[in-house]
Design a protein around this ligand. Structure first.
Ligand SMILES: Nc1ncnc2c1ncn2[C@@H]1O[C@H](COP(=O)(O)OP(=O)(O)OP(=O)(O)O)[C@@H](O)[C@H]1O
Length: 307
C-alpha cells in the first residue's frame, strides 16, 4: 500500500526527515510517533503529495504521491483542519463531495453514516460555532467523502478531551476492521499503543524503533519482576536483599534467571515464592530511553522552530 525508501526532507540546510525506510501493508493501522518536531507531519505530507521529498522515493497506492490520481484515492486529515467557518457540516461536506464528483445522495448518505458513528448530531449548525472536537469530527468526515482505501491522519486525536479522543480512536479501529488502511501520527504514545498494528518511532527525523508494540517492548523494553517470598533473603551476588512488605518480602529483579535463583534461595531457607508480578515498560518509557541514547548528530543539531 505504501513503500518508502530512504525518504529525506531538508528545509534549507535543516534535515527534518533523515532517510526513512518503511512500508505499510493493506488493512493495517500504522503509527508514526515521536515528539514535537520529530518529522511526523513532514513524513505524512510527503506521503500525501503535499511536500516534495529532497531525495528518496515513496510509492503510495501504486502511484508517485504527486500524481493527482493518487490524491483522489486518499483521505488526508491535516493536523489543523482548515474548515470554512460560515458553512454547516452538511454544506461543507457536500462541497467536497462535489470536488470528488460524488453524487449528492451518495455523499449525504456516506457523511450521515460517518457523523452518526462519530456522534455528531449537528449537521446544520454553523461550523464556526462548533467546539474543537466537533470540528475535528467534521474534518474526519471530510476525509471519507470519496470513500478512500487509504487514510492519512495527522494527529487525529491531539488536543481533544478524553471522551472525544476515545470516539476518534475507536473510529480509527473500526475503519481498519472495515478493511481500510490508516496511517496516523501521534505524539501521545498511549494513542499509538492502544490502536496501532505497527509503529515507527521517530526522533529528530530518524526512525529509532519499529515493529508491533510487543516487538518494540521485547527488543527495547525492560521488564521488572517483583518476586514475593514468605521468608526474608539477604543480598547475594545474584540478587538484591528482599524488603518487607506486609507479611511478605519482595525483591525487584530484571530477568527470569534471577527469579529462579530467588526461588531456590527461598526454598533452601524453608520458605517459598508466594507471587511474581511483572511490570512492563510502557512505550513512553522505551521512547524516553531510546531518545536519550540516540545520537544527536542529525536533525536536531540544526534545529530551528517553525513557528
Ligand atoms: N516549512 C518548513 N520550513 C522550515 N522548517 C520546517 C518546515 N516544516 C517543518 N519544519 C521543521 O522540521 C522539523 C519537523 O517538523 P514536523 O512538523 O514534520 O514535525 P512533527 O513531528 O510533525 O512535529 P509536531 O508534533 O510539532 O507537529 C521541525 O523542526 C520543524 O520546525
Amino acid at each position: 500500500m505504501i513503500t518508502v525508501e530512504n525518504l529525506r526532507k531538508t528545509y534549507g540546510d535543516f534535515p527534518a526527515v533523515v532517510g526513512s525506510d518503511f512500508s505499510v501493508e493493506s488493512g493495517e493501522v500504522f503509527g508514526i510517533v515521536g515528539p514535537n518536531g520529530a518529522g511526523k507531519t513532514t513524513t505524512l505530507k510527503m506521503l500525501a503529495g503535499l511536500v516534495e521529498p529532497t531525495s528518496g522515493t515513496a510509492e503510495v497506492l501504486g502511484f508517485d504521491p504527486e500524481d493527482p490520481a493518487m490524491r483522489r484515492k486518499l483521505g488526508f486529515l491535516p493536523e489543523e483542519s482548515p474548515l470554512y467557518e460560515d458553512m454547516t457540516p452538511r454544506s461543507y461536506l457536500r462541497f467536497f463531495a462535489d470536488l470528488y464528483d460524488v453524487p449528492r445522495d451518495v455523499a449525504d448518505e456516506r457523511t450521515d453514516e460517518v457523523l452518526d458513528r462519530l456522534d455528531l448530531e449537528y449537521r446544520d449548525r454553523r461550523i464556526g460555532d462548533m467546539s474543537k472536537g466537533m470540528k475535528r469530527k467534521v474534518a474526519i468526515a471530510r476525509s471519507l467523502v470519496n470513500d478512500p482505501d487509504l487514510l492519512i491522519y495527522d494527529e487525529p486525536a491531539s488536543g481533544l478531551d478524553p471522551l472525544t479522543t476515545n470516539v476518534v480512536l475507536e473510529f480509527v479501529r473500526e475503519l481498519r476492521d472495515e478493511g481500510k488502511t490508516v496511517v496516523f501520527s501521534a505524539h501521545n504514545l498511549f494513542h499509538v499503543e492502544s490502536v496501532c498494528d505497527r509503529v515507527v518511532i521517530l526522533n529528530r527525523g530518524e526512525i529509532i524503533a519499529r515493529g508491533t508494540v510487543p516487538e518494540i517492548r521485547a527488543e527495547h523494553g525492560e521488564t521488572t519482576y517483583h518476586v514475593y517470598t514468605t521468608v526474608e533473603l539477604s543480598a547475594t551476588d545474584g540478587f538484591p536483599a528482599t524488603e518487607p512488605e506486609g507479611d511478605r518480602f519482595v525483591a525487584e529483579v530484571a530477568d527470569m534467571a534471577t527469579v529462579e535463583e530467588i526461588r531456590e534461595a527461598a526454598e533452601s531457607a524453608g520458605g517459598r515464592v508466594a507471587d511474581i508480578r511483572t511490570d512492563e515498560a510502557s512505550l513512553e518509557d522505551i521512547f524516553l530511553r531510546l531518545a536519550r541514547e540516540s545520537p544527536t548528530t542529525s536533525a536536531a543539531e540544526g534545529g530551528r522552530g517553525r513557528s
